[in-house]
Design a protein around this ligand. Structure first.
Ligand SMILES: Nc1ncnc2c1ncn2[C@@H]1O[C@H](COP(=O)(O)OP(=O)(O)OP(=O)(O)O)[C@@H](O)[C@H]1O
Ligand SMILES: [Mg+2]
Length: 310
């Protein structure tokens, strides 16, 4: 049994001009100690997928189909029972997760007391352990969030998320706001925690470089659907979907030659109220065939595309 399973996830937003489908048939599994990347351009539905797992879709948006299970148990019907305890969260801006008026050691203690009903002494010990684990030691624990750099703040948030010993961590662009060198440190920390504790991580990013550096498997999203899913090495070296190939070719660290002008996928991701017929990617695809304009290819567990090399 996989740790986390997302099956046929569909998310809709009713609007005055009709229903927008933000996610359509998104399915994937996550194992213990595995990092699964969700990648795609802005508007692909990455954060929406993370929000569905955490039960944080903003009304009137809602899950209109599918199910999410944790160790075989459905969690989408009562997500508040799992959020922050079984499912931890890390977002792009650490300040949204931290109380500016409270020392970070105290914040951790409080979280532990609330979530686990621990007494002061035990909560303090666990809080110190969690901060140790993310490399925050000594006097730093008595500091306030504004006294830390962005990277250190994100470490605090990771410690907060892990203090409850979640089985799954959803990290939505956790390093996007950080310098490249700090970004690498945080990604290495997530990797290490995942290995040491067996936590499953869903890592959301628009950056194929981060995917290559960090994840075991990757799910590529386009306009609310999965278009390619596979082992990261395989997807990176033998991407089979033209969209994935485009993402790779437009990533500086992965494109091969650095002196060449970097490729850009032509056009932009359409809005949800203007989804093209057929394959939603076809207007931007240099391999589109007549059938791509009229029929949407099914996702077969590995890719959703009519085009094949042979
Ligand atoms: N509250 C909302 N009401 C209606 N549509 C929404 C709402 N929130 C998000 N959407 C739409 O859902 C789609 C997916 O958005 P999502 O935030 O998941 O994208 P993303 O892949 O995380 O992009 P980014 O890289 O910009 O964070 C987008 O078209 C977005 O406009
Ligand atoms: Mg997002």
């Amino acid at each position: 049994m996989s740790l986390l399973s997302v099956q046929g996830l569909r998310v809709e937003f009713p609007t005055r001009r009709g229903v927008l489908t933000a996610l359509d048939g998104v399915s994937f599994d996550l194992d213990r100690g595995e990092i699964l990347g969700l990648v795609g351009e802005s508007g692909a539905g990455k954060s929406m997928t993370g929000a569905a797992i955490m039960g944080l879709i903003e009304p009137p948006g809602h899950m209109a189909g599918g199910q999410i299970t944790l160790e075989g148990q459905r969690i989408d019907q009562h997500p508040e029972r799992y959020r922050g305890s079984h499912i931890g969260m890390v977002f792009q801006d650490p300040l949204t997760s931290l109380n500016p008026l409270q020392r970070i050691g105290d914040q951790l203690m409080e979280t532990l007391k609330i979530h686990h009903g621990l007494d002061d002494a035990t909560a303090k010990r666990r809080a110190m352990q969690a901060l140790d684990e993310v490399g925050i030691e000594g006097k730093r624990r008595d500091h306030y969030p504004h006294e830390f750099s962005g990277g250190m703040r994100q470490r605090v948030v990771i410690a907060l998320a892990l203090a409850s010993d979640p089985k799954v961590l959803v990290a939505d662009e956790p390093t996007t706001a950080l310098d490249v060198s700090i970004q690498a440190q945080i990604l290495a920390l997530l990797k290490q925690l995942c290995r040491d504790r067996g936590t499953g991580i869903v890592l959301i990013t628009h950056d194929m470089g981060v995917i290559a550096q960090t994840t075991d498997r990757v799910a590529v999203m386009y306009l609310g659907r999965l278009v390619e899913l596979g082992a990261t090495d395989q997807v990176i070296h033998q991407a089979t979907h033209p969209y994935t190939q485009g993402l790779m070719a437009s990533t500086p660290t992965l494109a091969g030659s650095v002196d060449q002008d970097l490729f850009q996928i032509p056009g932009a991701m359409p809005r949800l109220d203007a989804v093209p017929a057929g394959c939603a990617f076809h207007p931007r695809c240099d391999r589109a065939m007549p059938q791509c304009k009229t029929h949407a290819p099914e996702f077969d567990g590995r890719r959703a595309c009519f085009w094949s090399e042979s």
